[in-house]
Design a protein around this ligand. Structure first.
Ligand code: F0G
Length: 419
């Protein structure tokens, strides 16, 4: 059973009201005295805890995006490009097709490097400065590497990224490359890359900025704060459900922490917590398997495959935080096929919202759960789209219409148009 209960009793070595707590054994640690990613005693996942949890009035009026929510973060400011403050789109065509009371799309592809990862990096790189490291590293299916490279460059730090060879979308590699990361293409999948980079970090070779790092999830928590505020300001209530693609389950964990903190501070009722609904690709779906079987832990999948390469992950390291999140909010998890993902990507594009394949999984999952009757027609649903269309230009071109070659004169063009 995990130890996800929040308490305001700060341990003696808390720093400015913040500390780290192990979600398994409850042991606490000073937040910045040493580089630490998991519990020294039981290797459990760590979570950042605070003595003062904010309510809505505590957030900054003069700031948009991640740092508006500084009262919920371990710092007042970070290495910023800036990030967050992404749109909550109406998608009337899809809303009608799916037969939902409300459907909104939170488009995280509108962040500076085109994915939600920027929210974690603005905090994570600030922490790296605090603990005094100079080389940052991550394993990545692409987006984390792009964000790390950009934020590392901004913070004046060296960056190292490990990518699964041949399985990262072109836009993401181009970003990491131009922002100056050292890029190692590993003969193995993402999970192998993460195993290696964790070992390197353990040996002191670099500071790990994958979502195993609890500070990154603090930044990602602000996705939840923004969704709740935007939805409430427009609709007068919180959404019933938030659906999101799941890879390492970092966002699922971060959203659940966001909800728990709001409930603990009295800013939200427990009954108002949106149902967390995780969506995975059918051949990369260990979280769905664990939810369907009622398991407390996931079983690692060694062979994974999907066109949505961002979520081609067989060992979601944040599962111990995310599984309780899905269960406690009365949510669920569902697997979708690559074809269903592509259909959803086209449907979103048809409403002007351009996303990469993994992002479209959230819509594909909601569509499936609607068809199965798991989601009722009177529900208000927000789908998280995590990355921009241009991240994966090859997938976009494949899903879209083909360009037609024409001669270089008006007559020839007209002939083709009238064909
Ligand atoms: N969507 C996109 C576009 C992603 O890039 C990722 C993760 C996810 C969803 C899954 O999020 O891990 O919080 O469940 N990408 C990581 C990376 C693994 O390396 O860029 P999660």
């Amino acid at each position: 059973m995990s130890n996800l209960e929040l308490t305001s009793d700060a341990p003696a070595d808390a720093n400015d009201g913040a500390w780290l707590a192990c979600i398994e054994c409850g042991e606490t640690f000073a937040p910045f005295d040493a580089v630490r990613y998991t519990c020294d005693h039981c290797d459990g996942l760590l979570e950042v805890r605070y003595s003062d949890l904010p309510t809505w009035d505590d957030f900054r009026e003069d700031e948009r995006g991640v740092w508006r929510y500084a009262a919920a973060l371990p710092f007042e400011e970070g290495v910023s490009l800036p990030e967050g403050d992404t749109p909550l789109h109406e998608v009337p065509g899809l809303e009608e097709e799916l037969g939902l009371a409300r459907l909104r799309v939170k488009h995280e592809g509108m962040n500076p490097t085109g994915s939600f990862k920027d929210r974690g990096m603005t905090v994570g790189v600030r922490v790296a400065q605090e603990v005094g490291v100079d080389r940052l590293a991550c394993a990545s299916t692409g987006n984390t590497s792009a964000a790390l490279a950009a934020y590392g460059a901004r913070g004046g730090m060296e960056t190292l990224v490990l990518l699964p060879a041949g399985k990262v979308a072109a836009g993401k590699v181009a970003q990491a490359s131009l922002h100056g990361a050292r890029i190692l293409e590993v003969d193995g999948n993402f999970d192998t890359c993460l195993d290696i980079v964790q070992e390197l970090a353990g040996m002191g070779e670099a500071y790990l900025l994958n979502s195993l790092n609890p500070f990154r999830l603090e930044g990602q928590k602000t996705i939840g704060l923004e969704i709740l505020e935007q939805f409430r300001d427009e609709e007068g209530s919180y959404p019933d459900r938030i659906a999101l693609p799941v890879g390492n389950a970092g966002n699922t964990a971060a959203l659940y922490k966001c909800f728990r903190e709001l409930v603990e501070s009295g800013a939200m009722e427990e009954s108002e917590m949106p149902k967390l609904t995780g969506v995975q690709a059918e051949h990369s779906a260990p979280m769905v398997e664990a939810i369907e079987h009622g398991w407390d832990e996931i079983e690692r999948w060694d062979e994974v495959e999907t066109r949505a390469t961002a979520i081609r992950i067989g060992n979601p390291v944040n599962a111990p935080k995310a599984l309780p999140g899905i269960r406690e909010t009365d949510g669920t998890a569902v697997a979708v096929t690559d074809e269903e993902i592509t259909d959803a990507q086209r449907a979103l594009a048809g409403e002007g919202v351009g996303v990469e394949p993994a992002s479209a999984a959230s819509i594909a999952g909601v569509r499936k759960l609607r068809e199965e009757g798991e989601i009722a027609a009177d529900e208000q649903v927000v789908c998280l789209t995590t990355g921009h269309l241009l991240k994966d230009p090859d997938a976009a071109a494949e899903a879209g219409v083909d360009p037609e070659p024409v001669p270089g004169d008006t007559e020839g063009v007209l002939e083709t148009l009238n064909d």
